[in-house]
Structure formats: C-alpha cells, structure tokens
Design a protein around this ligand. Structure first.
Ligand code: ADP
Ligand code: MG
Length: 251
C-alpha cells in the first residue's frame, strides 16, 4: 500500500464512498475518434448500511458509473474516495490510484458483482467461491465451509460443487458468481444486475443476502432490472439520465 492516494478530507467515519462530479467520455479510436459522453456530473455519497439503487433507461451510464467506482474505468472528471477502515480516518482516492492500490482496495474493501461469471478453466466451483477469502489469508477449511453454506443457500446443487462452472446454466453460473462476490463481506459492494437471469425464487434469496449485507453495515450501490428486487433492497435511489448530447444525436 503506497501513500500516494491517501486523503483525509472527509470527516465522517460512516461515509464509505464519496463520488464527486463524475463524468466519463469514451473515445472510439478505431472509429475516427468519435466521442461518446456516457456520464456527466454525477455525485453520490454512500454510508454504511445504505443501498443506493441506480435507475434510468438503458444507456444512461449506470454500468459505467459502477465501473468507475470500481476503478475499472478511469473517470474523465471528478474524484472518487473510498473509506478503508484499516487506514484509521483515511479515505482513499480510487481516481488516479496506482494499479496496485486499486488491487489492494478490491481485495479487502470494494467488491463487484457483474452479470457474468468469469470462469477459470479447471477450477472447481467450491475453490472459485472460497478464493476471495483464501486470498485474504482465511484458513482454507473455514473458507470452504463458508463457500458451502453460501452455495447451499443459493440452491446450487451439491453435485456441482466439485465441477468447474463452465458447463453450468446461466442461472447456476450467476449464483456461483454471487456467492463469490458476497463471501468476503466487503465493506463496499457494487452490484451490476446480479439477478438478471434468475427465477423469482432465487432472486428473492439474493435480495435477502443483499439486505443481510446492508444490515451488517455494507455500503452498496446496485443496478437491478426488476422493480421487485429494487423495492426489497433499496434504501435510496439515484436516477441517471443519458447526457443531453447523446439524446440530441438521435434526431
Ligand atoms: P447502462 O448500464 O445504464 O445501460 P452503460 O453505462 O452501459 O449504460 O452505457 C452508457 C453509454 O456509454 C452507452 O452509450 C454505451 O454505449 C457507452 N459505453 C459504455 N461502455 C463503453 C465503452 N467501453 N466504450 C465505448 N462506449 C461505451
Ligand atoms: Mg448496464
């Protein structure tokens, strides 16, 4: 951990994430340098125990915002600060952070669950789910026990646990992905449509797990395609609109 991104400008230990004036413009280098403005001027504070649900039409920049918060995309404007309890009163700026600092934050502070599981060939479901705990130094036996409990709760059949999930159905892969994303109990969780291919019963179980994460104090930002899940998990909503320049291009 370097000190290059430490910042202590936020005097609020409940505040886990602060994004100020986030904008993102993509330049399509392969297509004549066309610029796409995906986000402009988005600000957001998220405290412990809050679940902010992003709403807005397709193309409004919801996924782009989550990727900026995860340090996956570098925001074109603005700053994002994340609290790391291991740094006492410090918040860390993910915008402009060096890659190793971003990786440090991802290991212990910020978790991200997308719609898709990135399958690693030949790694069993159980190992894949336990890995975020093992990589943080948790005893392998304890990590596996926790992985089993989560997989059982998510109705992933036990006969699949020793197999690599490459051949699983979309819904099974998604539940493995959620187990992997929630197992380490990151203090900040970013969820991009984690329930997109689940049936109502499993969506319900996932909503319950998200509420439990919230209740243990996680600060959550999420995108959910169905209103039912939004209503169950949200403590607040943030509406994103496609930037105007975008709308004008449609005429
Ligand atoms: P949402 O998740 O709200 O549906 P997105 O964040 O996926 O919206 O996309 C917002 C806009 O940014 C869209 O116009 C999309 O095409 C564009 N966009 C997203 N990611 C990229 C990228 N990697 N390169 C270029 N344009 C992108
Ligand atoms: Mg999206």
């Amino acid at each position: 951990m370097t000190t290059s991104i430490e910042t202590s400008f936020i005097d609020n230990s409940a505040l886990m994430l602060r994004a100020v004036n986030i904008g993102k413009t993509f330049t399509l280098h392969g297509q004549g340098g066309v610029q796409i403005e995906a986000l402009t001027g988005v600000s957001l504070d998220v405290e412990r125990g809050e679940c902010v649900v992003l709403v807005g039409p397709s193309g409004a920049g919801k996924s782009t915002l989550l990727r900026c918060l995860y340090g996956n995309y570098l925001a074109s404007t603005g700053t994002i600060a994340i609290r790391d309890d291991a740094q006492e009163t410090k918040h860390l700026r993910i915008t402009g952070a060096e890659p190793r600092d971003v990786l440090y934050l991802r290991r212990g502070v910020v978790g991200y669950v997308s719609q898709f599981l990135h399958v690693i060939p030949r790694v069993s479901t159980l190992d894949l789910v336990a890995e975020p705990l093992v990589s943080r130094g948790v005893d392998a036996g304890d990590a596996h026990a926790r992985a089993r409990a989560l997989l059982a709760r998510l109705n992933v059949p036990e006969r699949l646990w020793a197999l690599a999930p490459a051949t699983f159905s979309g819904g099974e892969q998604q539940r493995v992905n959620i187990a992997r994303g929630l197992i380490a109990e990151h203090p900040v969780l970013l969820l991009d449509e984690p329930t997109a291919s689940l049936d109502a019963e499993n969506r319900d179980i996932v909503a319950r797990l998200i509420v439990e994460a919230r209740e243990r104090g996680a600060a959550i930002v999420g995108i959910f395609h169905d209103e039912d899940t939004r209503a169950k998990v949200a403590t607040r909503r943030l509406e994103l609109r496609p930037p105007l320049r975008h709308a004008a291009a449609l005429h």
